[in-house]
Design a binder for this molecule. Sequence first.
Ligand code: GDP
Length: 455
Amino acid sequence: MDNRTIAAVATPNAPGGIGIVRISGEEAIEIAAKIFKPVSGKNLTESKGYCAHFGNVYDDNEKIDEAVCLVFRAPRSYTGEDVAEISCHGGLYVTKRVLRAALNAGATPAEAGEFTKRAFLNGKIDLAAAESVMALIGASGKQAAAAALNTLDGNLSREIKGVAQSIISICASLAAWVDYPDEDIEDTSAGDMLPVFENAKKELSDIIRRYDCGQAVTDGVDAVIVGRPNVGKSTLMNMLTGFERSIVTDIAGTTRDVVEEKIVLGEIIMRVADTAGIRETENVVENIGVSLAKRRLERAELVLAVFDGSEPLTADDLDIINQSKNKKAIALLNKSDLPLSADRKIIADSFTHVVELSASTGEGRDDLEKAVAEICSTNEFDPNSACLTSERQRQCCVNALSSIEDAIAAINGGVTLDAVNVCADCAIDALLELTGEKATSAVVDEVFSRFCVGK
Ligand code: GDP
């Protein structure tokens, strides 16, 4: 563990009421005391933990701000080290100036995620909880935030450790067999082990399934809006984002790039791309837009295929119906404020979900929200149960599950218990990698490299 005292601005780099400069490490309070003088005249170095002091911040004897300094004493702080947090006036200049003063007084600039990494290395939180800090910061909706907070509280780690512990306990009897293969303990051990592995398999499968269902809530889905020109794609995009972003005209072929927006529909985050109208065209520039739209459609997780309900379907509409086949797709019969002329049956026969809506009045938005939740299975997502918060965690679960399935197959196939022992060890390693108890430093570095500076 390095003994540098680190400092960084913990609040966003933008104008705001308050900006926080966080200092952590053995010399945190001494460094803070060099730049912060409490109006009470007390010396900060004598402050107890959990104390707030009002005073002034100085750099080179020049007063740079009025501020409040919070003192935390190790191990009772976020990082587990001595921590001073100077809450000064927010803004692009002042917080940076306070940080510079802290650096001039002996602190080192913190790397991305270094405060949380220190919390992990000091045993304040495990790796899964550290990742949930990032998920919590990035959460765009209530459910995503609840799921992240749940993991931060340790629900996931408790469940994973429970599974690991059950396998560790059967490893004890396996170890006995491996050490004394001549003893007659094989039959009883195999019989006892199977239900433990079966139970672990079920728990891990459930956790993985919940993560997959919750992906749309926590990470969002890549959605694409497609449709021939003038069906109302840009109007729909504007309705979903709540402001005029796409160009709405009744001249065919006006949206030529792919316009992308992050929107929250109910509890689901969607990265929605509004594409050029897909149609046969001779126009070279428009054709580039059409190819981009088709490629976007191919890789999208969710297709919102828009049709003009007030007009009969055209050959271009049928082409879009065809391209949406075998994809998660919702048909949007737009312009429901006008009389229906499109053949609804042809659309209903080709899509599992058809929503009638008016992009210009917003009517039908709730139905769209419901259809998206259904098709993304987010109804099954329960943020109160143990939730994985990263692809890394999912991969650890998948690896553990695969080793457990190998162990079950080995027991059922009558393979010697050495093989079962190896599988059980692999499963335990994968689970402990998830919680960080057995993660390599490369894995730890990789996790924290994705953090922001100041967290
Ligand atoms: P895009 O080419 O598919 O992006 O279509 P636009 O969003 O540019 O819309 C084409 C035309 O249809 C514009 O004149 C819109 O005002 C109109 N429009 C879009 N949605 C609706 C709707 O729900 N009802 C009605 N009546 N007109 C709409």
